[in-house]
Design a binder for this molecule. Sequence first.
Ligand code: CDP
Length: 267
Amino acid sequence: MGHPQALQIAIDGPAGAGKSTVARKLADHLGYLYIDTGAMYRASTWLALKNDIPLTDGDAIAALASKSNIQLKPADESSDGKIRVFVDGQEITREIRTQRMSELTAGIAALGQVRAVLVEKQRELAREGFCVIDGRDIGTVVMPDAGLKVFLTASPEERARRRQKELAAQGETPDFEALLKAINERDYLDCNRAVSPLMRAVDAVELITDNMTIDDVVLELEKLAKEAFQPAPAPAQPRAHERESASALTDFQDLPEFQELPEAQEV
Ligand code: CDP
């Protein structure tokens, strides 16, 4: 197949933009693998806390993340639509989604040593083929050759409202103003860290989702994916020396629409 980068869809954006819900649904619809890189940073925070490692010790956290088996498994009814996360066989799906973990993880994600280890694991997973991968630095650092790059965003107020709903569904009752402040602080940390700050890739399509439902966004992304992976139209009458490349384009059109999701992704 001549366009390997076309198999990857990179979705970046700030906290609470809806990336993970949208990315998971898009991956389901297309039959692609979904890689939630934020879950990997959250799992590294969990590992540091569990092993009493100071949250500023990048070398120790990176070494631990490197030797640990972080597994991402498809969402099911037990996980409220979030992908399931395991570290060395122990399920941590719920523990890593609290507001406290979100705040601590923004600090862990600023450590260059941790990023180096996790980016390598993310590329390894993505090498498996068709995938939707979401995070902060996917289009800029992890998969600069992705066939489609999207930058998903919304106003801080809208993102705080969404986050409040999400936390309420998990039984937390945070105050709206406190959440808005936390969103602004996380934006600041994500955008101003020295290593791989959150930034829109120059060739990413930006979608501002304030007035869009999740399904609207997924539909829009499916449209973009179709356009991005459309082969260039073959010339009406290929000349003899062009016939071979015209048939290569036909191969590309035969991309499987659905692909079995692996049981689990081990990294
Ligand atoms: O869903 P939400 O945006 O709240 O968080 P997440 O995507 O699970 O990511 C958790 C934290 O990990 C973020 O605050 C980012 O600081 C960091 N992160 C990152 O730096 N790079 C990525 N590729 C993914 C997440």
